[in-house]
Write a protein that binds this ligand. Structure first.
Ligand SMILES: Nc1ncnc2c1ncn2[C@@H]1O[C@H](COP(=O)(O)OP(=O)(O)O)[C@@H](O)[C@H]1O
Ligand SMILES: [Mg+2]
Length: 346
């Protein structure tokens, strides 16, 4: 077997558990066969993916060559330098604008905000998709009352996204046997699944793709910043955690990797007593605005802590879709501010 034959065979090998080939995943570096010794360089994003691929290659070519030299060129280092995010790939050319919704910590309302922003945009007449990239805590299907839908394939072997409230929805939670099946994926597999959701889902033409990012700063965030041109990153925080390192780290990361921060949203900002309509600033006021000022990014608005938001969200009835005007206005104002602060292609 010569170098070219080896390369072709390698490209077609399937990456375990992902349903895509090593060639498609661009994991091959230099391939050379010299006097029946195969030298294979793997471009890997993590040690796990290197070991996975090495194993299937060793199995496949156990008796083909005198020796197999499999080496790795670790792209993780480059990732840590935030190498390609200044000129990212575009795995979603069908989406005119990508909005990434992020947070320093979990539980601050990032998914609730993502869903309501997406629906608000759809209500303005835009074509909108939402990608649940929070692979370890995927709850967009529950929030949109699509959690009982399971993915299907169209005639072109593309995944048909779920749909409700005028938005298209894709989440790993739609692919597991039940919504609450825990995912025990390594980060490299999670990243590959997300890339499949970008490339193999029949999203159609979209004006906006809203991405519910995982909280914090990690592999998934970096990959998305490298694989997609993010037009606007918005950071959701609550007054309790606004001054924590997690929030500043998240802002710093997106600044470092040249992703445009459209601004900060302060969720659960204040409480209006349902009986008296009195406003209570339980955790003080102005935290979101202060952090926005500190990092020179816009402040997009606040959303009150309101029982109706939690109750309706838990039922899969987003406030912007089915709530009353008094709640809708907070999200709609934020969407107007995001549009104002971003150079969207519309
Ligand atoms: N403004 C709000 N008022 C009351 N409850 C909220 C509000 N925003 C979110 N929640 C509730 O807080 C919990 C966490 O929200 P979620 O969107 O799942 O957070 P994250 O995605 O950041 O983990 C959910 O139960 C949600 O219904
Ligand atoms: Mg969430």
């Amino acid at each position: 077997m010569n170098s070219n034959e080896l390369k072709t065979t390698l490209q077609e090998l399937k990456y375990p558990g992902v349903g895509r080939s090593i060639g498609e995943l661009k994991l091959l570096g230099e391939i050379k066969v010299v006097s029946n010794v195969a030298n294979i360089e793997l471009l890997t994003i993590s040690d796990e993916s290197y070991l996975n691929v090495k194993k299937i290659i060793e199995e496949k070519f156990a008796n083909t060559f005198t020796a197999l030299n499999i080496t790795k060129k670790n792209l993780a280092k480059k990732d840590m330098n935030y190498g390609n995010s200044a000129t990212p790939n575009n795995r979603a050319p069908y989406a005119k604008n990508i909005i990434a919704v992020t947070s320093g910590k979990g539980g601050v309302g990032k998914s609730t905000v993502s869903v309501n922003i997406a629906i608000s945009l759809a209500q303005k007449g835009y074509k909108v998709g939402i990608l649940d990239a929070d692979v370890y805590g995927p709850n967009i299907p529950r929030l949109t009352n699509t959690d009982l839908q399971r993915i299907q394939w169209d005639d072109n072997d593309k995944i048909i996204p779920a749909e409700n409230y005028g938005i298209k929805i894709m989440s790993v939670a739609l692919t597991t046997p039940t919504m609450d099946t825990p995912l025990v994926w390594r980060s490299s597999v999670a990243v590959n699944a997300l890339i499949q959701f970008l490339e193999d889902v029949a999203w159609g033409e979209l004006d906006f793709m809203v991405i519910d990012m995982p909280p914090g700063t990690g592999d998934v965030q970096l990959t998305i910043a490298q694989e997609l041109p993010i037009a606007a990153a918005v950071l959701v925080t609550t007054p309790q955690v606004v001054a924590t390192d997690d929030v500043s780290r998240a802002i710093m990361m997106f600044k470092d990797i040249h992703v445009k921060m459209a601004g900060v949203i302060e969720n659960m900002s204040f409480f209006i007593a349902p009986d008296t309509q009195n406003r209570y600033d339980i955790f003080g006021t102005g935290g979101g605005e202060r952090i926005a000022k500190k990092y020179e990014i816009p402040f997009l608005g606040e959303i009150p802590l309101d029982m109706k938001i939690r109750e309706s969200s838990d039922k899969g009835e987003p406030p912007v879709a089915l709530g009353d005007e008094s709640l809708k206005k907070y999200y709609n104002k934020i969407v107007d501010n995001i549009i104002k602060n971003s150079a969207f292609h519309l």
